[in-house]
Design a protein around this ligand. Structure first.
Ligand SMILES: NC(=O)c1ccc[n+]([C@@H]2O[C@H](COP(=O)([O-])OP(=O)(O)OC[C@H]3O[C@@H](n4cnc5c(N)ncnc54)[C@H](OP(=O)(O)O)[C@@H]3O)[C@@H](O)[C@H]2O)c1
Length: 333
């Protein structure tokens, strides 16, 4: 048995998206020096032409050019997609700012959200956002209060649906009771499976899982090693465990597993890492990122790779037996 990867729906919102979405963050933030807006917009437009209809950005995905001017991801997304606005689903996020030391500052007070939504609409140059995520839980604001603001924004036509990034079960249930949550965006990849216990809750509430960093920040493509020199000073990958000598040694068993499957299926390693989650549940939508048009076409092709439920289960069992190092969690599972 296989799960069709033809199209996906954002949970109870009914909004349809391509099975693989484009994570736009790395074009201007955390994956090398920010690309100039027109260049980033060209990459995004090529993704649309390759079949992507789901695009992920955030108000805080910004970098700087050589003169220290901010380059906003949302501006590039808007420039690329405004001409095809009615054919695409644009997701953006509020509630997080980056401190200079790369730590995050959370703020989901209603007045901050109100200012954020106006800022995002202005930078994107559009009059509604399809999917608006709370980027991180703010410990000082109750989920009911955030959900209440989302309900107001939906009523006002500023957003169509909302989601939560790095949601926990308790927070999701409380928020969902006030205003239905369409999608949760959590870190999920073969190296990062600790949110799997949330799956029955997502199924019960009809909430989609949008998987961020689905290739473990590129690691699962097999294109990187501890000797890789990341480009520019604005790359966050240098310190990630999977890219250190020690972490890489631990995690290379996953690369061997994916490499074998890739040969068997006539696919690339990137495609296998995405097909594994696409074929696991019909409501998982990975959003890999790339600056390179040939890679984003390759990643989109993951939706054509078929893994049976037995094959997915065998991969899970193999991953369960591994002791993995990964960024962003408390262990691989
Ligand atoms: N909600 C959150 O808190 C959160 C956090 C992180 C990310 N995200 C979202 O998730 C998206 C994706 O996450 P991510 O960029 O962290 O990780 P990712 O998609 O797992 O990996 C992206 C990296 O892999 C490389 N890559 C992509 N395709 C490749 C291929 N076919 N072969 C070899 N290398 C390839 C890219 O480099 P090149 O550009 O050089 O190809 C890029 O550096 C982001 O864009 C963002 O939208 C959300």
């Amino acid at each position: 048995m296989t799960i069709s990867a033809a199209r996906r729906v954002l949970g109870n919102s009914g909004i349809e998206v391509s099975p693989v979405g484009l994570g736009c963050m790395g074009l201007t933030h955390a994956s090398g020096d920010a690309m100039p807006t027109h260049e980033a917009a060209r990459v995004i437009r090529e993704a649309f032409e390759a079949g992507y209809t789901f695009f992920d950005t955030a108000e805080c995905y910004a970098g700087e050019d050589a003169e220290g001017n901010e380059l906003y991801n949302e501006v590039a997304v808007g420039e690329a997609l405004r001409p095809v606005r009615d054919q695409v689903v644009i997701a953006t996020k509020f509630g997080v700012q980056h401190n200079p030391d790369k730590t995050l500052r959370m703020d989901s007070r209603p007045e901050t959200i109100r200012a954020s939504v106006e800022g995002s609409l202005r930078r994107l140059g559009i009059d509604y956002i399809d999917l608006y995520y709370q980027h991180r839980i703010d410990p000082n604001v109750e989920p009911e209060e955030v959900a209440g603001v989302m309900a107001d924004l939906i009523r006002e036509g500023k957003i169509r649906a909302w989601g939560i990034s790095e949601a926990t079960e308790d927070y999701l249930r409380r928020a969902h009771a006030v205003c239905p949550v369409a999608a949760v965006q959590n870190r999920y990849s073969m190296l990062a499976r600790w949110h799997e216990p949330l799956f029955p809750v997502l199924e019960e509430l009809n909430v989609a899982l949008v998987a961020f960093s689905p290739m473990a920040n590129g690691f699962l493509t097999g294109a990187y090693s501890p000797t890789t020199q990341f480009e520019g000073v604005q790359d966050f990958r240098d310190g990630m465990p999977q890219y250190t000598e020690q972490g890489y040694e631990k995690d290379r068993a996953v690369l061997d597993l994916i490499g074998g499957l890739a040969r068997e299926k006539g696919a690339t390693m990137a495609q296998i890492s995405l097909a594994w989650m696409l074929c696991k549940k019909p409501w998982i939508i990975p959003i890999p990122g790339s600056r390179k048009p040939e890679r984003l076409r390759e990643n989109f092709g993951a939706a054509r790779v078929e893994l049976t439920t037995n094959e997915v289960a065998r991969i899970d069992a193999a991953l369960d037996s591994m002791d993995l190092a990964v960024f962003g969690g408390h262990g691989a599972k």
